[in-house]
Design a protein around this ligand. Structure first.
Ligand SMILES: [Fe+2]
Length: 275
């Protein structure tokens, strides 16, 4: 596919394949969602319907699921192409690692057919052995992106585990909403902690295509701008996702500027207790 707009923001995590998961229910919800995204500058969308890793171990079931998802995505892509011709609409999956040894060899599971694969673990709880699981995926030739790590329960206590994920070569994607408290104070504090370490590679909406939900892109941008970190936002939402679509590794994001003063130290203390 031709890249239509290299200056636009790229959203690499959403649920806009109609009727296949808990995201957008039908074409009209998809079109409404895409309209909202274009109004806030997102014209490149890599949508990521849920798929269970265990399904990848059953070739017949996997084929049925991927065929359904692809057909629904094609219908959505046609409708988007008619109504929003400047929008690029690609597809990946968000793979729920309910088994440690999911087979990621089918390109339809990965991000727009690249070597990148978006993964998550069940029930927002980290199982044991995450480093080994990520390492095995990488040894198979794929590049795992851990979706919204800030949302896992107990992440505060296991925070240093993230450095081991990164050492083996995994990447991280935080949600826009996490920066503004959409998932609570702990997820928010963890998201900033990850950003301060320079451990975040991508930021995305995880938008589920319902009218009552917010996308939070502009709110997240404003939060980072207030910290003097517009450049971080651009790398995570423009540069790195654009590189992903070319199957290129992300660039290191600049670190958030250090906070100074009593209230900054107070907030940092509070955050480390919350996280
Ligand atoms: Fe998601």
């Amino acid at each position: 596919m031709t890249i239509k707009d290299t200056t636009s923001f790229v959203d690499i995590h959403s649920h806009l394949v109609p009727g296949v998961d808990d995201g957008a229910a039908d074409i009209s919800s998809v079109l409404h969602s895409v309209g909202r995204m274009t109004r806030i500058g997102i014209r490149r969308i890599l949508t990521t319907p849920h798929i269970r890793g265990s399904l990848t171990l059953d070739p017949d079931q996997l084929e049925m699921r991927l065929r359904d998802v692809t057909e629904a995505w094609e219908r959505a892509a046609d409708a988007i192409g008619e109504k929003y011709p400047d929008v690029e609409f690609r597809k990946g999956c968000e793979v729920l690692l309910d088994v440690p040894d999911a087979d990621l060899s089918d390109g339809r599971i990965r991000m727009a057919g690249t070597s990148f694969v978006l993964i998550e673990w069940p029930s927002l709880k980290l199982p044991s052995g995450t480093v080994g699981i990520l390492h095995k995926i990488i040894r198979c030739g794929y590049r795992p992106i851990v979706a919204h790590p800030e949302r896992y329960s107990g992440m505060g206590e296991q925070f240093e585990l993230v450095s081991e994920w990164r050492e083996v070569g995994a990447y991280l994607q935080t949600n826009f909403g996490s920066l503004v408290g959409r998932y609570g104070g702990r997820a928010q504090a963890t998201a900033y902690r990850l950003l301060r370490r320079g451990w975040v590679d991508y930021m995305a909406s995880d938008f589920h295509g319902h009218a009552g939900l917010e996308i939070y892109k502009d709110e997240a941008a404003a939060a980072l701008k207030a910290l003097g970190a517009e450049d971080v936002f651009n790398v995570l939402c423009r540069t790195n996702p654009s590189r992903l679509l070319l199957d290129e590794a992300p660039l290191s994001a600049p670190l958030l500027p250090a906070e100074k003063g009593f209230w900054a130290r107070f907030r940092a203390n509070l955050n480390s207790h919350l996280a």
